[in-house]
Design a protein around this ligand. Structure first.
Ligand SMILES: [Ca+2]
Length: 287
């Protein structure tokens, strides 16, 4: 399941603005031999795609697997100029891309991500940089970087992949967005991991908060909700944040699909404390 053929066709007819990007996928069947490059599924980014260095110190090479000529900083933007061959770096399988940006050259796809934001996550008046990227072990890493702190002021939090259990595969697709403070009370990185249909999926909202006296903070899973699409058995959820009250209302709906059974609807209320939405039960907030 490589996406290169249709996407390359798309990019040929794309107008001056970039075509929508494919889903940010990284997966392989559980039973597949990790050594076989063709067993992996991953997003093939089209020419003109805008991507970002997912980590610090991303190497720009003079050729795929060649000599390092430049190093991209965390979150630096690049544009895809040419889609190269399949390759492996360490345990990671992805394509090589010739990119333009701070320096033209070849970058390994595993070092790039479509997801990068700037926001003042901890509310100290300075913006942090955040990226979301698949890791070699099929976990999803949320990195948050303090540009004005000394080198190494990078926080990271790894989320286990959902979406694979029902398909006997490792990895899945990720969709991520920045939820602004105006919506949730504090900025959150929202990460949805799953696949299109017939699978488990999970939504996590990640916060970054710093103690007042110390500038470097910590990432936390502020809220984590799981669903299942395995018709006729289905469970889903909806979340409504209140920035003003710093709360989250979760409505869970589950249906077994058995004849005569009604969907079960449950409502939960969460209160934001120390960067985490804590469930309120019987008027008390869990610790
Ligand atoms: Ca900040």
């Amino acid at each position: 399941m490589l996406y290169s053929a249709p996407l390359l066709a798309l990019s040929l007819v794309a107008p001056s603005h970039a075509a929508p990007l494919p889903a940010y996928t990284y997966s392989r069947p559980e039973a597949a031999d990790p050594a076989v490059l063709e067993g992996y599924s991953f997003a093939t980014w089209p020419v003109r795609a805008s991507l970002y260095a997912a980590a610090a110190d991303v190497a720009v090479l003079d050729a795929p697997g060649g000599k390092r000529t430049f190093v991209l900083g965390f979150g630096d933007s690049v544009r895809v100029e040419e889609v190269g061959a399949l390759g492996r770096v360490g345990d990671r399988v992805d394509r090589w891309y010739r990119v333009s940006g701070a320096q033209s050259g070849w970058v390994f796809g595993g070092d790039l991500t479509p997801y990068r934001w700037e926001a003042d996550f901890d509310g100290d008046g300075e913006k942090e940089l955040a990226t979301v990227a698949w890791m070699d072990d099929f976990s999803v890493r949320v990195r948050i970087f303090e540009p004005n702190l000394r080198a190494g002021a990078m926080m990271q939090l790894d989320l286990e992949s959902a979406g694979g259990a029902y398909l006997s595969q490792r990895g899945a697709s990720v969709e991520a967005e920045l939820v602004p403070a105006s919506k949730a009370g504090i900025p959150l990185v929202h990460v949805h991991v799953g696949v299109e249909a017939c699978a488990d999926y999970r939504d996590d909202w990640i916060s970054y908060q710093s103690p007042a006296a110390v500038r470097i903070g910590s990432e936390r899973v502020a809220l984590s909700l799981s669903g299942l699409a395995d018709p006729p058995s289905v469970s889903s959820f909806e979340v409504e944040f209140s920035a003003k009250r710093k709360t989250a209302y979760v409505t869970r709906t589950s249906a077994s699909g058995e004849a005569g059974s009604q969907p079960v609807v449950e409502n939960e209320r969460y209160v934001l404390r120390d960067g985490v939405f804590r469930q309120e039960k019987d008027g008390a907030v869990e610790r």
